[in-house]
Design a protein around this ligand. Structure first.
Ligand SMILES: NC(=O)c1ccc[n+]([C@@H]2O[C@H](COP(=O)([O-])OP(=O)(O)OC[C@H]3O[C@@H](n4cnc5c(N)ncnc54)[C@H](OP(=O)(O)O)[C@@H]3O)[C@@H](O)[C@H]2O)c1
Length: 267
């Protein structure tokens, strides 16, 4: 077992949604390394979530996996109840769980895909925030980090991305509104807008050929000329969840290797 040294999130209690895979997984592990105790939320990937829990425990921290669809208010309330029962408080919420489905062009739009993304990407954030905020307000202390996307910044050049981009645009605005409402209660709310990150998500309902083409195009239009890795996002979440960011709220921070700037100024 790794020696329990002081970390940037020492003894903090964090819930990370969608922590069984990808960005959420990397964030959960980074939190454990930085001294946090972590609730590893997942929806379907139980075994993977348990692997994450074991990795966190190897850092000498406490963790447990909790199945909850973030689109279900009741399930989210239960997760928060269990967290408070076990740890007595919640310091950090990372709203990471998300779905990235292709909706198609607007006339032939797949409304089921839209509904699924709206429920997970948008309502999920609201439900989780509602569930933790009363606990955070009592202690006048809390950090909420939402994982958005540069697709929500308004200049996505990918056809068929209307609904995903729309839900992430909503996340950006909701982040600022929540920061306004919760700031006086000592709760910080920020978002990270990642560029394309190497995880399972981007291939969820696209063909391998379409994915390859997209990766090639992304690398060519990213200043750093590479895809992002989950850890590239996790380090920024750690910063926004830590005391190092104690005068930052209501921000949407792009972590995209310079892609937004590149495409904004070259089209
Ligand atoms: N990858 C990218 O290029 C990229 C770019 C910009 C933004 N993002 C955003 O980053 C976040 C994470 O993306 P990722 O690429 O790491 O995705 P991923 O590899 O597909 O992982 C998604 C995670 O979310 C969980 N999840 C999905 N629906 C859920 C639900 N209803 N309730 C609870 N958990 C749920 C999954 O859990 P189960 O496996 O248990 O279902 C999984 O742990 C998302 O919000 C995404 O929109 C990703």
């Amino acid at each position: 077992m790794t020696v329990n040294r002081k970390g940037r999130l020492q003894d903090k209690i964090a819930i990370i949604t969608g922590a069984s895979r990808g960005i959420g997984r990397a964030t959960a592990v980074a939190f454990g390394r930085e001294g946090a105790n972590v609730v590893v939320n997942y929806n379907q990937s139980k075994t993977k979530a348990e692997e994450v829990v074991n990795e966190i425990r190897q850092h000498g921290r406490s963790a447990f996996a909790f199945q909850a669809d973030v689109g279900s208010r009741e399930a989210v309330m239960e997760m928060v109840r269990k967290t408070v029962d076990k740890y007595g408080r919640i310091d950090i919420l990372v709203n990471n769980a998300g779905l990235g489905l292709s909706g198609g062009p607007v006339l032939e739009a797949n409304m089921d895909a839209f509904d699924a993304m709206l429920t997970t990407n948008v309502k999920g954030i609201i439900y989780c925030t509602q569930a933790v905020m009363t606990h955070m307000m009592k202690r006048r202390d809390g950090k909420i980090v939402n994982i958005s996307s540069i697709a929500g910044l308004g200049t996505s050049v990918r056809p068929g991305n209307l609904f995903y981009a729309g839900t992430k645009g909503a996340v950006n605005v909701i982040t600022k509104q929540l920061a306004l409402e919760l700031g006086p209660h000592g709760i910080y709310v920020n978002a990270i807008a990642p560029g394309l990150i190497k995880t399972d998500m981007p291939i969820s309902n696209r063909s391998p050929e379409a994915w390859e083409e997209r990766v090639k195009n992304n690398i060519e239009t990213t200043m750093l000329q590479r895809l992002g890795m989950p850890e590239d996002i996790a380090y920024v979440v750690v910063f926004l969840a830590s005391d190092e960011s104690n005068y930052i709220t209501a921000q949407v921070i792009s972590v995209d290797g310079g892609r937004m700037n590149f495409i904004t100024h070259s089209l």
